[in-house]
Design a protein. Structure first.
Length: 531
């Protein structure tokens, strides 16, 4: 959460800045300027983890073999059809002919094979390479047919097939995999998606243009002529750009929502995003080596108050790890229960003293809550207040991001507890970020929690015939609720302000740019219904 701006005076002072930040030339009617808080890191999907960059790759610059609809059903995209062998070990994909790279070369089965091979190569460092561990081989039967063989039966199309954009084999085949991260392609890509790469000014902007040759089978050319992604770091500057018309889309803080709602030229979209805020305990360190203490902390938190006061209601109080917007999520609203919290702490041997503070052997129940400086201070202070109510003292200690991550990811945990956001990607990849105790950066990796029983429950949930089967994921949630290595506080909601000249814009768990090719600015485009 960003801090609230000091008011219209701050916004007015920022207007002079945003024009230069937004774009280098006057904006035409069907050019859309989108504000990003940081540069996009790279256009190469094989080396990128930046959330907006992955969306630009997936929905603008490149295509994926398949894709998700809003219900998370797999739909055709570059692969127009597919079939499984009788034993569910071989997947045959029929690809769309006629899709051209920006340099005129055709997109063929060789490009898909190259992308999958590079993603599996440890030298590449693709963040989701483990999801391709069961892919035994991939071969092209011809330019439009690919056959993927797996080491074991698959219950559904692997999610990475729906989410990894295809890159050009003819451009990257001579680049060593270990050098992909620094290759020129990352800053000046050859693309084949709905938009073509035009230019990049480091730290300032990316400029993309409509691809007039994008096949109708894949949706046809976009309705806007250009998309400019401009780097605007300050919240007040973003809002100033929206008010002045230099920006068309920008994320805003909850504190800015009332201002945006009063501006007749703007509208606000709120939507679910795949990020959850948690307290991750160091389960190998007292007092959090006792699950009763961990459960008590979770019971003592007034999540609704935290969301309403710190985020002005723009989040969902978390009853567990899985957001209610996912097909297998729970919409149960957690309730603060200090009576049971007190009972658990008494049973764990932490009675209240005369001063109301819990202690054992003269040692008060006090812990340090490590967090990233500044971003969530209001929420942390509310956590501190809630826990004081059950006799637990909390010292909030802020760190710069690099120092925080170093402490969180270190094999030897030296912190007491972390207050942090855990980002995810679609469907089961999101759950891996939440649950996978073997994945650096997951909530359980941060806590140092790992048990054979949890591994077994996770394997059963992931291997289900229906990957969205609620019962198996509910078993995982119950285990985590009992052991409580992590306390989920809230699931984030994104808030974007848009120029009212834009239409056909929808945002959901798939991202802010999922409907990008439908965005319009003229009367004709604005009458086109969303897919």
């Amino acid at each position: 959460m960003m801090r609230a701006a000091s008011g219209w005076s701050t916004v007015i002072r920022a207007v002079a800045i945003v024009g230069a930040a937004a774009c280098a030339a006057p904006k035409a009617g069907d050019v859309v300027v989108y504000a990003s808080g940081a540069d996009l890191e790279s256009a190469d999907p094989l080396v990128t983890i930046h959330p907006l960059a992955t969306q630009v790759q997936r929905y603008a610059l490149f295509v994926t073999a398949c894709r998700y609809n809003r219900h998370f059903d797999v739909e055709p995209y570059f692969a127009r059809a597919w079939r499984w062998s009788a034993d569910w070990r071989v997947l045959s994909l029929r690809l769309t002919p006629g899709l051209l790279w920006q340099d005129g070369a055709p997109t063929t089965a060789r490009d898909l094979l190259f992308t999958l091979d590079a993603a599996r190569d440890p030298a590449t460092g693709y963040p989701r390479a483990s999801e391709l561990a069961s892919l035994k081989s991939a071969r092209a039967l011809d330019d439009t047919t690919v056959e993927l063989s797996f080491t074991e039966a698959q219950r559904y199309i692997p999610h990475v097939i729906c989410e990894l954009p295809i890159v050009p084999e003819h451009v990257l085949r001579n680049v060593p995999r270990s050098s992909l991260r620094g290759a020129p392609f990352g800053m000046a890509p050859v693309t084949n998606g709905p938009f073509l790469f035009v230019g990049h000014s480091p730290g300032e902007r990316w400029v993309l243009a409509r691809n007039p040759r994008f096949p109708q089978l894949l949706g046809g050319p976009p309705r806007i002529s250009r998309l400019v992604i401009t780097v605007v770091k300050e919240g007040a500057t973003k809002f100033a750009g929206l008010v002045s018309g230099d920006l068309d889309v920008a994320g805003i803080s909850p504190a800015m929502v009332p201002l945006a709602a009063k501006d007749p030229t703007l509208r606000v979209i709120e939507y679910p995003v795949l990020q959850s805020t948690v307290i991750a305990f160091n389960v190998h360190r007292s007092p959090f080596d006792d699950p009763r203490v961990r459960r008590a902390i979770g019971l003592a938190l007034d999540r609704r108050r935290i969301v309403d006061a710190a985020l002005l209601g723009h989040a969902i109080p978390a009853s567990g790890a899985i957001p209610p917007d996912l097909p297998f999520g729970s919409d149960v609203v957690p309730v603060r229960d200090t009576v049971n919290a007190d009972s658990l702490l008494d049973a764990a041997g932490w009675p209240r003293g005369a001063d109301g503070v819990r202690a054992r052997g003269g040692r008060p129940l006090t812990f340090e809550l490590l967090t990233v400086g500044g971003a969530q201070s209001a929420a942390e202070q509310l956590v501190q207040s809630d826990l004081a109510g059950i006799g637990v003292r909390v010292e909030v200690r802020q760190r710069e991001l690099a120092a925080f991550l170093a402490a969180a990811r270190a094999p030897a945990k030296t912190f007491d507890a972390l207050f942090t956001g855990i980002p995810g990607d679609l469907s089961l990849a999101y759950l891996s970020a939440m649950f996978d105790s073997h994945s650096a950066g997951s909530a359980l990796d941060y806590s140092g929690y790992h048990t054979p029983r949890l591994d077994s429950l996770l394997a059963a949930a992931r291997d289900a015939t229906d990957p969205f089967e609620r019962a198996r994921w509910a078993a995982v949630e119950r285990e985590l609720a009992e052991e409580a290595p992590v306390v989920w506080i809230y699931h984030a909601r994104g808030v974007q302000a848009l120029s009212r000249r834009l239409c056909n814009v929808s945002m959901d768990l798939r991202g802010e740019l999922v409907s990008l090719t439908d965005w319009g600015t003229d009367e004709t485009s604005c009458q086109v219904a969303l897919r």
